[in-house]
Design a protein around this ligand. Structure first.
Ligand code: ADP
Ligand code: MG
Length: 378
């Protein structure tokens, strides 16, 4: 199917889709939306980052809930505060013609009483991190006794981050008759355990291993000695003056240090990591999204799932410990049909990781050399 109107979506949603400029459904949307609209069913959908999963569950969810009633009918669990805010934002766009729709985000690091107030005003859809959700349930601040739909977004990431117990607790305390929709890039054991335990003969869809977005990304590595890492980064930025980049470091400390050095050296950079307060993180994300910040230096956790259009380069200042994470990083660029570059700065001892990554992404790297000073001045 190549047309949103063929998927069974209502007029209010089709209008919003047209405003969003989405011309045709992505593969996961084309597969998931008809299943989710048809009848109340459980679904496991496997699709990589950047394939349009938010809309794949967002449109059916908005269509399914009863907007005349204000009680909570849909819950979306998502791994990070940034993602919760992003999904809530997206829902504002999806539901702009669905009058009466209220979506509220609930996450740690912000006032729990403010969030409770928002929910008390009526929220048919809650978008939550598992930790805060469990906390609010325990304190009786949220009533999910009439929950009809539960979405587990980025299920593998939530479990990676240690949310297994919180998730199972929330699911165990929600009504049995609801539908559960699970979205994930990968299917490790913990994810299939959750599916087995809490889902009712779910339908399964898998979207092609290598989605459009990764094909749009070229991968390059640059061999340097450890002490040249930072200068290599500067050079890579200098040769690409129009760069709009996400730079990944392994630790919060390195993230902060690299961002500070870049700022000292006159670059338009900012740091994003878990040691910042929630309002600082929101501000950084906002400035990056507005393009007031050109280079976002981030940890993997802080940047998880972040969807910012037009990122031209992902720069791996250091490779992640687990090579699987590389896919999440490089998925930040080359989105929605655009092209992007994923660059890796590495030392000789890390070379073997490149081979492992090539196997995972099914694409080869090219080895490039760091441009010299003269090349930049030309
Ligand atoms: P995922 O959750 O799979 O990582 P997202 O839902 O964040 O992916 O979507 C990735 C990007 O693709 C977003 O910028 C979104 O606006 C865009 N997008 C989603 N669906 C479509 C579509 N059908 N046509 C064009 N762009 C789309
Ligand atoms: Mg997503």
């Amino acid at each position: 199917m190549t047309n949103f109107s063929e998927l069974g979506l209502q007029e209010d949603l089709l209008k919003a889709i047209s405003d969003l400029g989405f011309e045709s459904p992505s593969e996961v949307q084309a597969q998931a939306i008809p299943i989710l609209l048809e009848k109340d069913t459980d679904l496991v959908a496997l699709a990589q980052t950047g394939t349009g999963k938010t809309a794949a569950f967002g449109f059916p969810l908005i269509q399914k809930i009863n907007l005349d009633q204000r009680h909570t009918q849909g819950l979306i669990l998502s791994p990070t505060r940034e993602l919760c805010l992003q999904i809530t934002n997206e829902f504002q766009n999806y539901g702009k013609y669905s009058s009466g729709l209220r979506t509220v985000a609930v996450y740690g690091g912000a006032s729990i009483t403010d969030q409770e107030k928002q929910i008390k005003k009526g929220a048919q859809i809650i978008v939550a991190t598992p930790g805060r959700m469990k906390d609010m349930l325990k304190r009786g601040m949220i009533d999910i006794s009439q929950l009809a739909y539960c979405v587990l977004d980025e299920a593998d990431e939530m479990l990676n981050m240690g949310f297994y117990e919180d998730i199972t607790d929330i699911l165990a305390h929600s009504p049995k008759e609801k539908s559960t929709w699970l979205f994930s890039a990968t299917m490790p054991k913990e994810v299939s355990n959750i599916a087995k335990k809490f889902m009712n003969s779910p339908k399964e869809i898998t979207v092609g291993q290598r989605n459009v977005s990764t094909k749009n990304v070229s991968h390059e590595y640059f061999l340097v000695s450890a002490r040249d890492r930072y200068n290599a980064l500067k050079r890579l930025v200098d040769v690409n003056p129009e760069v709009y980049a996400c730079v990944f470091c392994r630790t919060k400390r390195d993230t902060q240090k690299v961002a500070e050095r870049l700022i000292e050296d006159g670059y338009n950079a900012a740091a994003l990591h878990g040691d910042l307060s929630q309002s600082q993180r929101d501000m950084v994300m906002k400035s990056f999204r507005n393009k007031q910040v050109q280079i976002l230096v981030a940890t993997d956790v802080a940047a998880r799932g972040i969807d910012v259009d037009d990122i031209t380069h992902v720069i791996n200042y250091q490779l992640p410990d687990e090579v699987e994470i590389y896919t999440h990083r490089s998925g930040r660029t080359g989105r929605a049909g655009k092209t992007g570059k994923s660059l890796v700065i590495l030392t000789k001892s890390e070379l073997r990781k490149i081979k492992q990554i090539e196997r995972i992404i099914g694409q080869n790297f090219t080895e490039e050399s760091i441009p010299s000073g003269e090349e930049i001045c030309e």
